[in-house]
Design a binder for this molecule. Structure first.
Ligand SMILES: [Zn+2]
Ligand SMILES: [Zn+2]
Length: 183
């Protein structure tokens, strides 16, 4: 089974018949997992793989709307204490594909900048957009718990398991200097 986040991943979808704005074509992909990767310095693992779905529909003769749905369980590490954290991610992203540039479209799609294509064939590779959707759905900061106390910066002990024996008072030379002043 292919991995959805590998470099040459292709997700080929068939396009609905031209000029039929009612028809919708559904495609789906599953990787058996695990998928492991590093994204901006953070390691992520999808132990059971990733599930992706796409629905393609013409909204104008030259404008194709593709709705991508991603679902999977990820394992990563807590930003404070480094403990493994497992969480579910899922979400939808919309993409527009068009042979026209954004300003020559009749309808205004707001922030949705269409991906410009030379022409539409019978099929389309939406692999890059599926990967982009997976990355867009990754949490920016992962915590095992909102109140995670993290690791002691001096001894490295996980402070969620109890206090360490390091000196509690923070000796900062600037604070020491302030103590000399009498207010
Ligand atoms: Zn933590
Ligand atoms: Zn300590």
């Amino acid at each position: 089974m292919h991995n959805l986040i590998e470099k040459d991943f292709k997700a080929i979808i068939s396009l609905p018949p031209r000029n039929d704005t009612e028809a919708e074509i559904f495609s789906q992909w599953d990787s058996s997992g695990p998928e492991e990767f590093n994204f901006y310095g953070q390691d992520f693992i999808f132990p059971k793989g990733i599930h992706a779905e796409a629905k393609a529909k013409w909204i104008e003769p030259e404008v194709l709307l593709v709705e991508i749905f991603i679902e999977g369980e990820i394992v990563s590490s807590c930003a404070r204490c480094l403990a493994p954290v497992s969480l579910e991610i899922s979400g939808n992203l919309m993409y527009l594909y068009s042979t026209k540039s954004a300003d020559s479209l009749e309808e205004d799609f707001g922030d949705e900048e269409p991906i410009e294509l030379e022409n539409f064939g019978r099929v389309l590779d939406i692999g890059p957009q599926i990967q982009e959707s997976i990355f867009a759905l990754l949490p920016r900061k992962i915590l095992c718990n909102e109140n995670c106390k993290g690791l002691c910066p001096s001894c490295g002990k996980n402070l969620n398991e109890g206090p360490c024996s390091c000196e509690k008072e923070i000796s900062d030379p600037r604070l020491e200097a302030l103590k000399q002043f009498k207010f």
